[in-house]
Design a protein around this ligand. Structure first.
Ligand code: AKG
Ligand code: FE2
Length: 317
């Protein structure tokens, strides 16, 4: 067996284990987030069937013709709901767009909820009636697993266990189905997803249909991330890095193009970007500001920060 690039932890040790098992889990997760910013998670409770069904529905959606898919690309939405066509999004430092198209599903609240106006309606696809419905079920499962991981991180940060709960309840998270089509001609410089850091608190990624995901380690080496069956990949995003004044690491990652003999293979991946409510204050936690680690960031809310980042990546005008 080749050596793993990222450690793996079993979330059921935290959700179902005794005090000692929970303590071990918290220590391992904290260490992984502090040192590498990435961890593999098993025992996450996300039903395999739901993942497979959503994969199938996503594949069916991306197989639709471009004019049909473009009917689900809605102006003024900054890609936050529905379809974003090939060649739109680019990493913030990059001039060339990534080799991908995607579909996003966001938070839904009841009609009488005060937050209703803040969250645009999800887009439903006539041709694939189950697509958004299954996506919303997966969204809830990710919210639950993500909430447990944030409980463990709160304990690691010596905060109350429920510290994140109020911030993420009805938060602005996004489920994204990404399709990287087969490569048909030598790309000039573009890769499937140029190096970047995620914006949100944490990202949960279910097994991509092909390799290509890499992280940049402290020695500036690109290392492949190859999750095992039933393992999801979790990484720290910039919001959590900012809140912890760089104690937890939002690690740079990318998706590279496959070798030429695999150009004909598309790649499908499903990240869940766990966001808090827009009014969450991302000012650094006092415990994370020390003489050795002085304050790195100005105060900002999650909403202001997201807005700034969406402009940088070309989704918001
Ligand atoms: O496709 C993947 O495996 C990762 C994509 C990613 O890093 C992102 O969308 O932020
Ligand atoms: Fe990412």
């Amino acid at each position: 067996m080749t050596k793993r690039v990222i450690p793996v932890v079993d979330l059921s040790q935290f959700t179902k284990g005794d005090a000692a098992a929970r303590e071990t889990f918290v220590a391992e997760l904290g260490k992984a987030f502090h040192e590498i910013g990435f961890v593999g998670v098993t025992g996450h409770g996300i039903p395999e069937k739901l993942i497979n069904d959503f994969y199938k529905a996503s594949n069916a959606f991306f197989a639709l013709s471009t004019p049909i898919k473009e009917q689900y690309e809605i102006a003024g939405m900054a890609g936050q709901r529905g379809y974003t066509s090939f060649g739109k999004e680019h990493a913030k430092q990059s001039e060339v767009a990534d080799l991908k198209e995607f579909f996003q599903i966001g938070q839904e609240v009841p009609a009488d909820d005060p937050r209703k106006a803040q969250y645009p309606d999800n887009v439903h696809v006539d041709e694939i009636p189950d697509f958004t419905k299954l996506g919303l079920q997966l969204y809830r499962a990710f919210e639950k697993a993500g909430g447990e991981l944030l409980k463990a991180i709160a304990i690691h940060l010596e905060l109350p266990e429920d510290y994140f709960e109020a911030h993420i309840e009805k938060g602005n998270s996004i489920l994204r189905a990404i399709h990287y089509p087969p490569i048909t001609k030598e790309p000039e410089s573009a890769i499937r997803a140029e190096q970047h850091e995620d914006i949100n608190l944490i990202t949960l990624l279910v097994g991509a249909s092909a390799g290509g995901l890499q992280l940049l380690n402290k020695d500036e080496e690109w290392l492949p991330i190859m999750p095992e069956e039933n393992e999801i990949v979790i990484n720290v995003g910039d919001m959590l890095q900012r809140l912890t004044n760089n104690y937890l690491k939002s690690t740079t990652h990318r998706v590279v193009n496959p070798p030429r003999e695999q150009w004909h293979l598309p790649r499908l991946s499903i990240p869940f970007f766990l966001h808090p409510k827009s009014e969450m204050d991302l000012s650094a936690l006092p415990k994370c500001i020390t003489a050795e680690n002085p304050l790195h960031y100005e105060p900002i809310t999650a909403g202001e920060y997201l807005d700034e980042r969406l402009r940088e990546i070309g989704l918001k005008k």
